[in-house]
Design a protein around this ligand. Structure first.
Ligand SMILES: *Cc1c(COP(=O)(O)O)cnc(C)c1O
Ligand SMILES: [Zn+2]
Length: 477
C-alpha cells in the first residue's frame, strides 16, 4: 500500500479502485462506479460503495489531513468533504463538484451540556447548518452530484421534505451542470426550504399527494426519462456524509468521542457515520469506534419500534427485513401516517433502514424516540446558546438528554450531537414556540400535543409611550 498523499491527482483513477456492491451478502452483485442504479438489478437491495484500499493511497494517520488546511486556495481541499477524498476515492479529480460545502463547526456547548445533564466541557454540537444551503445535505449532495457529473447526467431529481431539494437546487444553480427537478407533496414543506428551491430556479413539481406519493412518482419518472436520482437511496450521498464524522474527529484532534447522537429520518446520516467508523477501524486509522445513538421523533418512530420492540437487528448481515414489511403493512392497514413538528424526520419508511442496522451493529448503537415537546424544548436550549437549529436537529439533543436520564450516557462521557439544519429553515415552529399569541401556539404546536414552552423568550407588549417603554426595559433586563 502506498502511503503518500502527494500522488499526482491525475493518477487517481476510479474504476479499478471503487465499485458499487449489493448490500445483500447472499447476492453480492457488483457494479462499476460508471453506472447508475438506484437498487441492485438482481435482488433489489440497496447498493453500497466499496473500495479496494490496497489500490488507494490512504494516509498513515488521520492527522496527515491537517496538511490540507494549508491548501485553502485549492477548492477541493477547502471543501470539508473533498479535503478527505482519500477516504471516498471514487471520483476522478476533474469530475469533482464542490461549492465549498462542509465548512462546519464543532462547538463546545456548556449550557446545553447542563440541560442534557453532562459535565460542562463534555458536550459538543456539530453544526451542519453552516453548509451553503443550510443543512448537512450538502455533504452528500456534492458527492452524488459528482457521480452524476462522472456519468454525464444532464438532469437530476429528488423528492424531498425540503433540505434535499434546497441542496440539489443550489448545486444546479451554482454549477450550471444540470437542471434540477424537485418533487414535493402538497403542504408539509417549510417555507425556508421551499423558498430556496424556487429562488435557485429548480423545476418544482408539486404532486397532489403526500411525501410518499412524491417519492414513488419521482422514481417512476426518473426511470422513464433517464433523470439522475439524488434521493437518500443514492449510495454516493452517504460517501459524502461520512466526512461529517471526519470533521468531528478533526475538531477533537483525532480523539474518538464516546457518543455520536444523530436524528434519524431516512437514516442516511446514521448509515454513513457507521460506514465511516467501520472503514477507519478497518484501515487502522482509529483504535475504537464511538457508540451511536439514533433518535426518532415519537410521531415517526419506525426505527425505534423495529429495533427496540420487534428485535430487528443486523444479524451478521442477514437482518430479517420481513419484520419491517409486516410493520409497514400494519401502518397501511391502520392508516397511520408520520406526524411530527420535525418535518425533516417525518418519515415512516426509512430508505436506508438496512444500512442503519449495520451502523448500529458496528457502533454498539441505541435507538430512542422523543416527542415534539421534548424536541422544541431542546431546540430552545440550543438556540439560547446562539447556534440555532431546525426542529429535527434538536432531536439529537433531546435524545442525549433522555439517554442521560436513563443512565445510558454517563455524566463524564464525551458526547457529540449533530445539528443537521439551520435555525432559519423553519421559522414557523420557532416563532410559534416563543409567541405570546395563544392562537398561533395552538395552531402550530398545540395540535401536536405540545402544551408548554418552558424556555420561551416572549416579546413584551408595551404602549407606544416612552415612559412605558423605559419602565418595561428596566423591569425585564
Ligand atoms: C434530512 C434531514 C434529517 C434526516 O436525516 P437522515 O439522514 O435522512 O436520517 C434530519 N435533519 C435534517 C435537518 C434534515 O434535513
Ligand atoms: Zn443484489
Amino acid at each position: 500500500m502506498s502511503h503518500t498523499l502527494t500522488t499526482p491527482d491525475t493518477l487517481i483513477r476510479s474504476l479499478d479502485r471503487a465499485y458499487q456492491r449489493c448490500l445483500n451478502i447472499d447476492c453480492d452483485a457488483t457494479y462499476g462506479v460508471d453506472e447508475f442504479h438506484t437498487r441492485c438489478t438482481r435482488c433489489g437491495d440497496l447498493l453500497d460503495i466499496a473500495y479496494d484500499w490496497d489500490r488507494n493511497p490512504v494516509p498513515r494517520s488521520l492527522s496527515e489531513f491537517e496538511q490540507m488546511w494549508t491548501r485553502r486556495w485549492d477548492p477541493i481541499r477547502l471543501s470539508g468533504v473533498w479535503r478527505f477524498r482519500e477516504l471516498l476515492p471514487y471520483a476522478p479529480i476533474e469530475k469533482i463538484v464542490t461549492v465549498g460545502e462542509g465548512q462546519t463547526l464543532l462547538q463546545q456547548a456548556d449550557q446545553v451540556a447542563r440541560y442534557v445533564g453532562i459535565r460542562p466541557g463534555k458536550l459538543h454540537l456539530q453544526y451542519e447548518g453552516m453548509n451553503p444551503s443550510g443543512s448537512f445535505k450538502d455533504n452528500g449532495m456534492c458527492a452524488a452530484f459528482t457521480h452524476a457529473n462522472m456519468i454525464g447526467a444532464r438532469r437530476a431529481a429528488c423528492a424531498s421534505t425540503g433540505n434535499t431539494s434546497a441542496s440539489l437546487a443550489m448545486y444546479c444553480a451554482v454549477t450550471q451542470l444540470m437542471k434540477g427537478v424537485i418533487f414535493i407533496g402538497s403542504g408539509k414543506i417549510s417555507y425556508g426550504k421551499l423558498s430556496q428551491a424556487l429562488e435557485y430556479g429548480a423545476l418544482t413539481v408539486q404532486i397532489a399527494g403526500d411525501f410518499d406519493d412524491a417519492m414513488a412518482r419521482v422514481q417512476e419518472v426518473s426511470k422513464a426519462l433517464g433523470i439522475y436520482l439524488v434521493n437518500s437511496v443514492n449510495p454516493f450521498r452517504l460517501e459524502g456524509q461520512k466526512t461529517v464524522m471526519y470533521r468531528v474527529l478533526e475538531s477533537l484532534r483525532w480523539e474518538v468521542p464516546d457518543w455520536i447522537v444523530v436524528p434519524g429520518g431516512n437514516l442516511g446520516n446514521s448509515s454513513a457515520f457507521g460506514k465511516a467508523f467501520m472503514e477507519l477501524k478497518q484501515l487502522g486509522l482509529i483504535s475504537r469506534v464511538p457508540r451511536l445513538a439514533v433518535i426518532n421523533a415519537a410521531g415517526a418512530d419506525t426505527l425505534d419500534v423495529l429495533y427496540n420492540q420487534r428485535n430487528l437487528k443486523w444479524s451478521g448481515g442477514r437482518p430479517r427485513m420481513e419484520i419491517a414489511c409486516w410493520y409497514y403493512d400494519e401502518l397501511d392497514r391502520e392508516h397511520r401516517k408520520a406526524d411530527t413538528i420535525a418535518s425533516a424526520i417525518e418519515i415512516n419508511r426509512p430508505v436506508n433502514l438496512k444500512k442503519c442496522l449495520r451502523a448500529l451493529d458496528v457502533c454498539d448503537g441505541v435507538v430512542r424516540k422523543v416527542n415534539d415537546q421534548e424536541i422544541l424544548d431542546a431546540k430552545a436550549q440550543v438556540g439560547a446558546g446562539g447556534i440555532g437549529c431546525e426542529p429535527a436537529s434538536a432531536a439529537s439533543v433531546a435524545g442525549a438528554r433522555l439517554l442521560r436520564q436513563q443512565g445510558v450516557i454517563g455524566m463524564d462521557d464525551r458526547v457529540v450531537c449533530i445539528l443537521t439544519g439551520h435555525q432559519l429553515k423553519d421559522p414557523t415552529a420557532t416563532v410559534a414556540y416563543h409567541t405570546t399569541d395563544q392562537e398561533t401556539f395552538n395552531e402550530v404546536l398545540g395540535k401536536r400535543g405540545v402544551n408548554r414552552a418552558s424556555f420561551a423568550n416572549r416579546a413584551i407588549a408595551v404602549p407606544n409611550e416612552i415612559d412605558a417603554i423605559v419602565k418595561a426595559i428596566q423591569l425585564y433586563s
